[in-house]
Design a protein around this ligand. Structure first.
Ligand code: ASP
Length: 334
């Protein structure tokens, strides 16, 4: 073999080796959360843990089906969130927490990273799936955010499924309210042993076309009053998506997430400081929020398919799947 042949062989061998050692390309990705807070192994029976794993797995499967078939991230996010809204386990849709007056007032938002389109509803009481109402605001109204009775009316005019208030009644959430009322605290920020209790749901996705979408849905905080609205329906706080940067959905003590503009801040760090997604999320959730006393977490994805699940609370219900990795669910820190 002459020198040229030898060089050619070396080059081919090098190329083959580098192909084998590099990570498989991520073509689509989906990350979900079901709330962050005092999620502790010692306080959850194996049956309860199993129920959460199953519910998270079902939500992932619904979104995965869309993405695997080449469908849009927008559909994947709404499908995954709908599954969690329909489950009584999460503080969104069916399992929403109660207000001070014993009502359920729901918030949701969605954002598409390609054109920065967004929609949100706050304080809705009759639409079964608030995430669909948020999507309808984005797609079928000239507005970004609707609230209260008007938002309910819009949802029903759009033909979305409506329910009577008893649909949202779950004994567990009713007991939570009674406990907080007896304890005399303002909102259910701290449970009996000092932990945080939340349960909002969210999803972020990257589709085969390279588009990013984020969505979030919640019942807010137990014992909230005066029409309180948290971060979940606030674009830039609880939800944000921009194809140039990332898609983020948050969960935690909403007042801090609004003041810190958490979702947008993470994307802005990626866009303007050039930080990688994990570093940006760790800075905002692990440093800045902690310094303010804000508890909670976020999920995020970017166009490279990097998936981040960052929280400063004891645990966060979460799950992820992508074109190169099977679905995984988790809830505790380790
Ligand atoms: N962020 C939500 C709110 O403040 C609560 C949660 O995430 O559980 O309304």
């Amino acid at each position: 073999m002459n020198l040229r042949g030898l060089l050619l062989c070396v080059c081919i061998a090098f190329l083959l080796m580098s192909c084998q050692s590099s990570e498989p390309e991520v073509r689509w990705a989906l990350v979900i959360h079901g709330g962050a807070g005092g999620i502790d192994r010692d306080r959850m029976t194996p049956e309860v843990q199993n129920a959460y794993h199953q519910a998270l797995a079902s939500a992932l499967a619904a979104g995965e089906e869309v993405l695997r078939a080449g469908g849009p991230a927008l559909d994947a996010v709404t499908e995954a969130i709908q599954v969690m809204e329909d489950s009584p386990l999460f503080n969104a849709g069916r399992g929403a927490v109660f207000t001070h007056e014993g009502r359920n007032e729901l918030d949701a938002s969605i954002m598409v990273g390609s054109g920065l389109d967004a929609g949100a509803v706050a304080g809705v009481t009759t639409v079964k799936n608030p995430i669909l109402a948020a999507r309808a605001v984005m797609e079928r109204s000239p507005h970004v955010m609707l609230s209260g009775q008007g938002a309910d009316q819009f949802a029903s005019e759009q033909g979305l499924e409506t329910v009577t208030p008893d649909y949202f009644y779950t004994e567990r959430r009713w007991k939570d309210l009674q406990q907080v009322l007896q304890g005399g605290s303002e909102v259910a920020e701290i449970s009996e042993n000092g932990d945080w209790k939340f349960g909002t749901v969210g999803a972020v996705a990257l589709d085969l076309d390279g588009n990013l979408v984020a969505g979030t849905s919640t019942g807010g905080m137990t014992n909230k009053r005066w029409g309180r609205i948290g971060d979940s329906p606030v674009i830039g706080a609880g939800t944000y998506a921009a194809n140039d940067a990332c898609a983020v959905s948050a969960t935690g003590h909403g007042e801090y997430f609004i003041r810190r503009t958490v979702a947008r801040d993470i994307c802005a760090r990626v866009e303007f400081l050039g930080e990688d997604l994990k570093t940006a999320a760790a800075q905002v959730v692990g440093e800045q929020l902690v310094a303010m006393g804000g508890s909670g977490g976020i999920i995020a994805v970017n166009r490279a398919g990097d998936m981040v699940m960052e929280f400063n609370s004891k645990g966060m219900f979460r799950g992820s799947v992508n074109s190169a990795q099977a679905a995984q669910t988790a809830m505790f820190k380790d």
